[in-house]
Design a protein around this ligand. Sequence first.
Ligand code: GDP
Ligand code: GDP
Length: 436
Amino acid sequence: MKPIIAIVGRPNVGKSTLFNRLVGRRKAMVHDMPGVTRDRNYAEVNRFDLPFILVDTGGFEPETSDKLLQQMREQSRFAMEEADVILFLMDARDGLTPADRDVVLMLRRINKPVFYIINKVDGDKQEANAGDFYALGVDQIHTISAEHNRGVGDLMDEVLGALPYNRDPDDEEEITKIAVVGRPNVGKSTLVNRLLGYERVVANPTAGTTRDSVDTRFMVNKKPYLLIDTAGIRRKGKTVQAVEKYSVVDALRSIDRADVVLIVLNAEEGVTEQDTKIAGYAYEAGRGCIFVVNKWDTVLKDNSSISKFTDDIRRNFKYLPFAPILFVSAQSGQRTGKIVAEVDQVMEQYCKRVSTGELNRIFNQAVDENHAPLDGGRRVKFFYATQVGIKPPSFVIFTNRPEGIHFSYERYIMNRFREAFGFSGTPLKLMFRGRD
Ligand code: GDP
Ligand code: GDP
């Protein structure tokens, strides 16, 4: 599993500025107002080929009873429990505050590397004042300017040195990356809230000030999942004055980074052209796919409503006959509890390997029962098949006429593989290679 670095500190010390600096995204919209960074934001970062997960926690203000700040304190504690390394940020302009002292007392009790960092040291003048912080009695104080990128590189060199890299790939826990896509108003952000559990994410009417895409990691039964571009989904769903709608481009970007795509449809409206565009891309990108028919609570149901909607989906998405369909209500939570289990199943198929022996037994059977059509009058011969990859499962088939294999025959082979091995929820990739 990738190590986790958490940034903690009072509101407004520059946590989200540092987060964005390290993630390398364009500057987030930050305000000179405490508490604009509310959600616990996660991003996967690669620095010098060392991957880690960076967490930007909310603020930290032990004396106040204010609801928001209290929630943020909870989130910081959570990050401190989860994190491998903690970056504790203070503000050179404010000097050493009582709140900082309190937090330092807490941090000294935990047995993890903690970096004490003074931010907003933009120049030599502030550098000279930073000495006050040595009153904290910690061994080393780092001074940086997150905004002006001063000292950040040196700091990170040291931080990376403190990370517990475990280079045994067998020990690497896989995180399942989930994209939630669909037209505006189908209920994506309601669904995302459901998946995360409201208590995990601070819901606040003024949320959505961080303008960049942020992924959110969550755990179900001790298994980690990553929801891609959570901020984007929630922002665009919620902001009243949102000029930019959750567009196809956003969907494509999320799909590219996902393992499993939840294609959200609106039961009230049925399948639309934009739905088929987005789903088509998920298929072409070779991702695991699940249809989530949302707002099922609004449908006047009889015995045939599920089969009618299922037919509608199968007719409109002919290329995705293998994708499971779930009928849910994100608003009431009806059946949303089944989504993660379905994601697990699709992920398992998406990562599945079959043995070469078994594969060729099935392949030869398929070819014997239904020969490939002649190619310009010449017989198409097959040698053998082998699985060359996963995500999605990919196969190479050696043949004398790689160019002469018709699409329908390719589909026939794929279906035979599915019958034999399952592979539900995942596209397959077949490649024909020449050999005499
Ligand atoms: P957070 O609440 O801890 O996430 O703090 P923000 O990242 O939102 O930053 C709060 C304010 O401090 C913003 O106005 C930033 O522009 C400003 N800020 C952040 N880093 C620096 C810095 O290195 N120098 C200066 N002068 N201002 C900074
Ligand atoms: P997004 O634009 O795809 O993120 O959609 P939202 O999550 O913002 O939802 C759009 C509207 O549909 C909101 O008014 C939601 O309250 C409503 N909504 C979402 N899910 C459901 C549902 O399962 N049933 C009903 N009846 N309404 C829903």
